[in-house]
Design a protein around this ligand. Structure first.
Ligand SMILES: NC(=O)c1ccc[n+]([C@@H]2O[C@H](COP(=O)([O-])OP(=O)(O)OC[C@H]3O[C@@H](n4cnc5c(N)ncnc54)[C@H](OP(=O)(O)O)[C@@H]3O)[C@@H](O)[C@H]2O)c1
Length: 255
């Protein structure tokens, strides 16, 4: 997939992508860095993987730092922002990509803590550190965005409910964000081929990916979806603040 962002178009800007040690977040960080942004590669536990992304960006002539922070830990979120601003300056683009809830042994309420409470805390913590005209992009799935009207696989349901709760909590902050001159976009995509989440869901529901692919016509891969997330950091904000990626015809709109 080619980078949707023009080379140099983000020169002088600072971007922070949560959960960018792998997958969609890592490819989004690469695209933003290629366009000239100085990028924070945030990770929870996979420091070597995050450092590898930073090295790749630097070898391509870009600028990046890896900053570890468990987003469910308020103190580590606060120090992530302090380090970002101290080393790179105020943040122009905040991509809320990190997500989870299917991990074992994290406690029953982990999905809500990460996908709702932590997202809200990250946005609140970011506000004093945002540059003028900054943009926040929240990444979600159709399965989560439409969970109130369209059921999903049981293994994913707690994640879907928590991500939708996170989206709703952030949307409730729209007046505050607008008053602060901060733009907000939700990027919602179908299942993405080649991700850990899709692999776990396929294992629990053999044939699920093929069935979804047939219904949707096609599924995006990681780099294609990341390109949409990267484009959402600069494209005009849709009227309903939602950028849909891929087919939504199998999902019932809210009444
Ligand atoms: N996968 C799909 O099919 C799909 C479809 C549509 C939308 N999306 C959305 O795309 C985004 C990325 O999905 P993905 O499949 O690429 O995710 P992923 O492979 O599961 O990667 C998750 C990232 O989040 C980080 N992370 C997890 N818990 C964290 C925490 N507590 N604090 C900080 N970072 C944390 C991980 O860091 P560590 O590795 O260091 O733990 C990792 O970098 C999500 O918002 C997801 O909802 C995914």
């Amino acid at each position: 997939m080619t980078n949707p962002l023009a080379p140099g178009s983000l020169a002088g800007r600072v971007a922070l992508v949560t959960g960018s040690s792998r997958g969609i977040g890592a490819d989004t960080a690469r695209y933003l860095a290629e366009a000239g942004a100085a990028v924070v590669v945030n990770y929870r536990s996979k420091a070597p993987r995050a450092e590898k992304i930073v090295t790749e960006i630097e070898s391509a002539g870009g600028r990046a730092i890896a900053v570890g922070a468990d987003l469910t830990d308020a103190a580590s979120v606060a120090s992530m922002f302090e380090r970002t601003v101290a080393e790179l300056g105020p943040i122009d683009v905040l991509v809320l990509n990190a997500s989870g809830g299917m991990e074992s042994n994290m406690g029953e309420d982990y999905a809500m803590r990460l996908n709702r409470d932590a997202q809200l805390n990250v946005v609140e913590g970011a506000l004093p550190h945002l540059a003028d005209g900054a943009r926040i992009v929240f990444v979600t799935s159709h399965q989560a965005h439409f969970i109130r009207t369209t059921p999903t696989m049981p293994e994913y349901e707690p994640v879907a409910l928590s991500k939708r709760a996170g989206e709703d909590a952030l949307r409730a902050k729209l007046p505050e964000l607008e008053a602060a001159g901060v733009e907000f976009v939700v990027v919602s995509g179908d299942m993405i081929e080649g991700t850990i989440t899709a692999t776990l869901l396929e294992r629990a529901n053999p044939g699920a990916i093929a069935a979804r692919k047939e219904d949707a016509g096609r599924l995006y891969n990681v780099s294609e979806f990341a390109a949409e997330v990267a484009a959402a950091t600069v494209d005009p904000v849709p009227a309903d603040h939602t950028r849909y990626v891929g087919d939504t015809s199998g999902f019932a709109p809210e009444g």
